[in-house]
Ligand binder design. Structure first.
Ligand SMILES: [Fe+2]
Length: 311
């Protein structure tokens, strides 16, 4: 890593609410966030980028969702590093009040571009009110195309909540952008897009899009296929986040999954709960009697590098 490299953090779905749900430690999401912020202070990131589902609104009244969004935003903004949040289906299903969301997050639009050195980060809203799937509307497509055309030689990353389906032209599954085929064709016209980062599925996933492995030969263009990385939910075991390192002179962007404070060993349920109470990172195995805790990063997200042409 060169001295001029830049570090960004990427955080998956937060799902903040007062009760835990299924495998999500929703009630601890803000504690985990504070742990992350404290942990990275030795090597401060230029910014923290988030991937949507700030709140968990499952079966909650809208007023509770409003309060939770205000609370999570307040904690995020107390971070010593700039934080760039996104929204997901939990906002648009359980808090379908876009004016309130924008006002709370202090944004004029969810879709926007932020520059970090040479790299442009495109925060792209594909959510649909009342639904879990994503949709590339004609307006959203036109906006994205115009933003990418504005700086075709600058490497870009796209941050979004739902996933792009790699094979299906139209996908009915709730995890994906419904018109994934049209979206992929748009991205194929813009080889400066180095990586797509998503949340939503909660399962770490890395996939390459077919037909994107021969991008144009020009500065800023990717040298390999376009990759989509899906981060686990931030509030689920094992608690991890993404670290993006941008090495501008080399023309390279590397994503690595990093653990929050690791724990290894085999523990009783009570001991694990005590560790969790201390904010430690734990993974629970299948056996409900003896729970073991072990650092286990996803092999899918261990290290993924995108390289672009520098001239
Ligand atoms: Fe989520």
């Amino acid at each position: 890593m060169s001295a001029s490299s830049l570090k960004l953090l990427v955080v998956g779905d937060l799902h903040h609410m007062e009760r835990n749900r299924d495998s999500l430690y929703c009630a601890r999401a803000l504690e985990l966030w504070s742990l992350l912020v404290a942990q990275v202070k030795e090597r401060p990131p230029a910014a923290i980028l988030q991937l949507g589902d700030l709140i968990d609104g499952y079966h909650l009244p809208i007023e509770v969702c409003r309060r939770d969004l205000l609370d999570v935003h307040k904690v995020l903004m107390q971070s010593p590093y700039p934080v760039h949040p996104l929204i997901g289906n939990h906002e648009t299903i359980y808090l379908p009040d876009r004016p309130f969301i924008l006002e709370t997050l202090g944004l004029s639009a969810i879709s926007r571009v932020a520059a970090f050195g040479a790299v442009r980060a495109v925060f792209f809203d594909l959510t649909v009110d009342g639904e879990s799937y994503g949709l590339l509307t004609p307006e959203r497509a036109a906006w994205l195309e115009a933003e990418l055309d504005r700086a075709p030689e600058r490497p870009a990353i796209i941050l979004q909540h739902p996933l792009i389906h790699p094979d299906e032209e139209t996908c009915g599954h709730r995890h994906y952008v419904q018109n994934s085929g049209a979206y992929l064709r748009l991205l194929a016209r813009h080889p400066q897009v180095q990586m797509v980062l998503t949340g939503h599925r909660h399962i770490p996933t890395r996939l390459e899009f077919r037909g994107t492995d021969k991008p144009a030969r020009r500065p800023g263009a990717r040298r390999g296929p376009l990759v989509q990385l899906t981060l686990p939910a931030f509030c689920s075991w094992p608690f991890t986040y993404g670290a993006l390192t941008v090495d501008e002179p080399a023309g390279a962007l590397t994503f690595r999954e990093e653990p929050l404070e690791p724990v290894e060993g085999v523990f009783s349920k009570r001991a694990l709960e005590e560790l969790l109470a201390e904010g430690r990172r734990i993974r629970i195995e299948e056996n409900p009697d003896v729970w073991s805790a072990r650092v286990r990063l996803s092999p899918e997200l261990k290290e993924v590098t995108a390289v672009w042409q520098t001239q």
